[in-house]
Design a protein around this ligand. Structure first.
Ligand code: GDP
Ligand code: GDP
Length: 449
């Protein structure tokens, strides 16, 4: 579903850097709109992204070639048209040149509009713009946001200024284009020798699963097997990664060939979700934790399956013991999905694959900046950041910069002094309250400018 993106207009006199800013925010996705009649003829429009914030951007540059006599008139029509359509206007001035009469004139037009205006002092790199920034106060739009469109400075401040105006509320949960949710789930199965990996793969491929890809596993270099995984509402595509060796081994009953550690890590590279298979007759061993840690470090979603459940002794205390050891042993995430399976009987395998699909969803999820910051404000109010040496660390806002795995950027001052325990508090909050579950979540701290 296409939702309406918020609209931002860049206005200002010629040469202040409108096009430069436009190009920086829109990047490659530039769309030239030159076939429209009237005032929008020269307007450029594009989809912009600023630190995870998506919006449509208008650039009103493009009338520079006009007869200078008619310039202010043309500009006024164009500026007012763009601003009327926009949710917020960025009023650019040139900090180096200072305020010229045309800037004051544009300020007058903008004051007549109901669209909020953010004053932006461009070309503010270095200290060359200080005088112009002081002068700009007389325009009546408050302190300008200082940026350098050319050098990419002040981006975080611009983000912060825009955020309150283009917050779209609580949408954005499932509108992620890059999530590739419908693509095959790329699943790797790893674990120590004898955990039962090849038995499990054969069980998955056996039964009446349909193998949709080319007949794999015959040659050593085929590294993926595609199949359709039955599910209510239609089969879902599943891709088993690097199982060729496992299949081959199972077929020829070669008990000696084992998947090497290097092979396993290679499989992890290509996977979205990794199932770490444990052996119920051995419990959780240090080596298992090491593999689990490694998978999370690689940013993959992790599911843990305890195999050979059919021969487990005292299953319920075994399960609880492993649950506890995992939560204590995996520093990065608590509550990694844990499922009991039997590759021999088939028990639990459907559930395991279903959980892997769900885990990928969390791993691919994007929350809107609005939703994120509403949670964030509550989180820092409930537990304010500390004040090392009497100076409070000021945390300003957070944005989701990426998915698969989810990555967040937190802006504030003195963030380099934020204790690890506080960062963990925030990461756990993101997981628990914003639906990221037990997938690895990254939080980067940044001080604007
Ligand atoms: P527009 O007419 O408002 O679209 O302005 P342009 O984007 O075409 O920029 C006008 C001139 O200012 C160009 O020569 C740009 O390279 C320069 N310019 C744009 N942004 C900056 C900046 O942040 N710093 C400096 N020093 N020059 C800039
Ligand atoms: P791999 O080295 O991880 O590929 O492990 P294999 O698939 O070769 O299995 C190792 C041994 O465990 C074999 O003797 C299997 O028959 C046995 N095994 C695998 N899965 C199960 C299971 O669910 N239950 C039982 N009882 N034995 C299993």
């Amino acid at each position: 579903m296409a939702r309406r993106l918020p609209v931002v207009a860049i206005v200002g006199r010629p040469n202040v850097g409108k096009s430069t800013l436009f190009n920086r925010l829109v990047g490659k996705k530039l769309a030239l709109v030159d076939d429209l009649p009237g005032v929008t003829r020269d307007r450029r429009e594009g989809e912009a992204n600023l630190l995870g914030l998506d919006f449509r951007l208008f650039d009103t540059a493009g009338f520079e070639d006009e007869d200078p006599q008619s310039l202010p008139g043309r500009m006024r029509v164009q500026t007012e048209a763009a601003v009327a359509e926009a949710d917020v206007a960025l009023f650019l001035i040139d900090a180096r040149a200072g305020i010229v009469p045309l800037d004051a004139e544009i300020a007058r037009w903008l004051r007549g509009s109901t669209t909020p205006v953010i004053l932006v002092a461009n070309k503010a790199e270095g200290r060359a713009g200080e005088a112009g920034i002081l002068e700009s106060l007389e325009l009546g739009f408050g302190d300008p946001v200082q940026i350098s469109a050319e050098h990419g400075e002040g981006v975080a401040d611009l983000f912060e200024a825009l955020l309150p105006h283009i917050d779209r509320g609580d949408d954005g949960d499932d509108d992620d284009d890059d999530a590739d949710e419908d693509g095959p789930l790329k699943l790797a199965i790893v674990g120590r020798p004898n955990a039962g990996k090849s038995t499990l793969v054969n069980k998955i491929l056996g039964e009446d699963r349909m193998i949709t890809g080319p007949e794999a596993g015959i040659t050593r270099d085929s590294i993926a097997i595609d199949l359709a995984w039955p599910h209510e509402g239609g089969a879902r595509p599943l891709r088993l990664i690097d199982t060729a060796g496992l299949r081959k081994k199972a077929k020829v009953q070669d008990k000696l060939e084992k998947l090497s550690a290097a092979d396993a890590l290679h499989a992890v590279d290509f996977a979205e979700v990794v199932v770490l298979l444990l052996d119920a007759t051995r419990g959780l061993e240090v080596q298992d934790l090491r593999i689990a840690d490694r998978v999370l470090e690689e940013g993959r979603a992790l599911v843990i399956a305890i195999n050979k459940w059919d021969v487990a002794e005292d299953p319920s205390s075994l399960f609880q013991g492993i649950r506890k050891a995992l939560d204590e042993g995996l520093a990065q995430v608590k509550g990694v999905p844990l499922i009991a399976v039997s590759a021999a009987t088939g028990k639990g395998i459907d559930q395991m694959v279903d959980v892997a699909f769900e885990t990928r969803e969390a791993w691919s999820k994007r929350v809107s900046t609005g939703q994120l910051n509403r949670w964030f404000e509550r989180a820092i109010e409930a537990n304010p950041p500390p004040a090392p040496g009497g100076k409070r660390i000021k945390l300003r806002y957070v944005t989701q910069a990426k998915t698969r795995p989810p990555g967040f950027v937190l802006f504030g001052t003195r963030v380099d002094q934020l204790p690890e325990s506080y960062r963990r508090y925030l990461v756990n909050g993101i997981r628990r309250e914003l639906g990221f579950g037990a997938v690895p979540v990254r939080l980067t701290l940044r001080a604007p400018k």
